[in-house]
Design a protein around this ligand. Sequence first.
Ligand code: ADP
Length: 347
Amino acid sequence: ERNEREAILSSMVEGVLALDSRERLIRCNQAAARLLGIDLGRAEGRTLQELVRSADLHRMVAAVLAAHEPRAGEVVLRGEKERVVYVHGTVLRGTPDRDGGALLVLHDVTELKKLERMRRDFAANVSHELRTPVTSIKGFVETLLEGAMHEPVQLERFLRIVASQTDRLNAIIEDLLLLSRIEQEAERAEIVLSPARVRDVLEAAVEVCGPKAAQRQIRVELDCDPGLQAPLSAPLLEQAVINLVDNAVQHSAAEQTVRVEALRTEDEVVIRVRDHGCGISPDHLPRIFERFYRVDAARSRKLGGTGLGLAIVKHIAQAHGGYAAVQSAVGQGSTFSIHLPDPRPGA
Ligand code: ADP
């Protein structure tokens, strides 16, 4: 019976900790020892105070023991890595040879907390991004109503600003909707990948970016074996490549070349978009695929960017079971790549 109890306790993901009425350790499973940083070999008989440095946890245990009532709450453990733990403390009934005590069950909620924070940050970012154009539209409309509408030159100028800010709002909303659609469809495994020619996708994307490239006198080269196939969602992958080529064109100087290529490596099909533009400094690279992350926010907004282009690329790559990556050096240019797993048997 004892062995069975041990096996159950040590298999649990939750940490379990039993203390006597003087807060001395009676029992502790591996999960709890790991979470609280307790050395099991030397823990028996020692008090919680001696074993764990956490005022919040001690307070909770004292409350359970004093009131003989359950308590629950979050406790932050500041060890090597900070962890947030949800602790449920209940009264441990006494036995003939031992007083009662407290039983603690610990759930590690660090990751959950991180996700919650990301969601909160995202909501704050979205609101901020939407507020900028709305504030501008409101300002110009009010100025027009206060009399500027009777002066034809101002009327046209302000209306053009209102129109461009409306386009901006629209672009942000379109990108947000696209992102959430990709996420939802990927979650429900609704994205259909079917074997298709990679070159067709690249050609379509390059064509879409043609006018902007021409306007900026940038040549877009394409290099891809027509025989190269991969399971893909053509509309999504095309969108991802458009975003990369658009960025490459945007960050290149006039008369530079942007190169789009795809090739098969040992176990992947890799699509690369290379420019010789301004490049990105190493401190920005780790966060470059995050939503709304920009190196130069003012410049990005002026150029009509939403700050979501690369987040969309990342999600599309992931929806294909792959990933997106970047290599860049300031002043030399950037190479963004989409890596698709190659399902060829034995490949
Ligand atoms: P944006 O709408 O601002 O272009 P993205 O998500 O597409 O948003 O890109 C995020 C940021 O990454 C951009 O604001 C820019 O600072 C940087 N960036 C993206 N592509 C390139 C590139 N090819 N060269 C240099 N910087 C780039």
